[in-house]
Design a protein around this ligand. Structure first.
Ligand SMILES: CC(C)(COP(=O)(O)OP(=O)(O)OC[C@H]1O[C@@H](n2cnc3c(N)ncnc32)[C@H](O)[C@@H]1OP(=O)(O)O)[C@@H](O)C(=O)NCCC(=O)NCCS
Length: 174
């Protein structure tokens, strides 16, 4: 068995947040993660995309699990190499927060913040010096969360989403 596969099966617990635990996602969690993605966000991906992200970077694909064993939220990231969003010139190893969501009934308990914070720790372990994400300009709850976690708007992507809405590209160093 490959190392990454072992880590996926290890079910590593990172933090407790009230009655939830933040832990690494496992392959078994993916159907629940995909269901949350469909319930909470208009941007969806193929099953294999989720699986690839998990195999590639298990330290940055996390879930929140409630006391009764239900998955309440997830965060999925990707490690990339390319132009820095923080420095004018130069390349950087960047963490990309591809998708993060919490089921509506589990919101405002600190899960979103904990998922982003723990994913950032994982990205740092993977050698990233910065982290970025795209967010709809109308998504005030998420923008507020990211600003509280010291993300700053680097640029606006016009017509980034399929429905034509603009995105803020937000980033911070880690
Ligand atoms: C954005 C999201 C992940 C936040 O998850 P959450 O678990 O509710 O977030 P937290 O409880 O950790 O909130 C942290 C802070 O974010 C801000 N925030 C979160 N939801 C908010 C809301 N509805 N209105 C205003 N501020 C909000 C607050 O500052 C909050 O701190 P506080 O509760 O101490 O005031 C969640 O609302 C969600 O899943 N939304 C739909 C999917 C989505 O938009 N994902 C992001 C795409 S870029």
């Amino acid at each position: 068995m490959e190392v990454a596969e072992k880590e996926i099966l290890q079910n590593v617990i990172l933090r407790k947040v009230g009655k939830y635990v933040i832990r690494r996602c496992t392959l078994e969690d993916l159907p629940d993660v995909i269901a949350i993605n469909w319930a909470a966000l208009p941007e969806h991906y193929s099953d294999s995309f989720f699986e690839d992200r998990l195999r590639e970077s298990p330290e940055t694909f996390l879930v929140a699990e409630s006391e009764d064993g239900k998955i309440a939220g997830y965060i999925m990231c990707r490690v990339e190499y390319g132009f820095s969003h923080l420095r004018r010139y130069g390349l950087a190893r960047k963490g990309h927060i591809v998708s993060v969501a919490v089921l509506e009934e589990h919101r405002r308990f600190g899960i979103g913040r904990a998922l982003v914070e723990e994913a950032i720790k994982g990205l740092k372990q993977r050698g990233c010096s910065e982290v970025y994400l795209e967010v709809r300009v109308s998504n005030e709850p998420a923008i507020r969360l990211y600003k509280e976690l010291d993300f700053q708007t680097s640029t606006v992507h016009h017509g980034y989403y399929r429905d034509g809405e603009n995105a803020y590209l937000m980033s911070r160093s880690i």
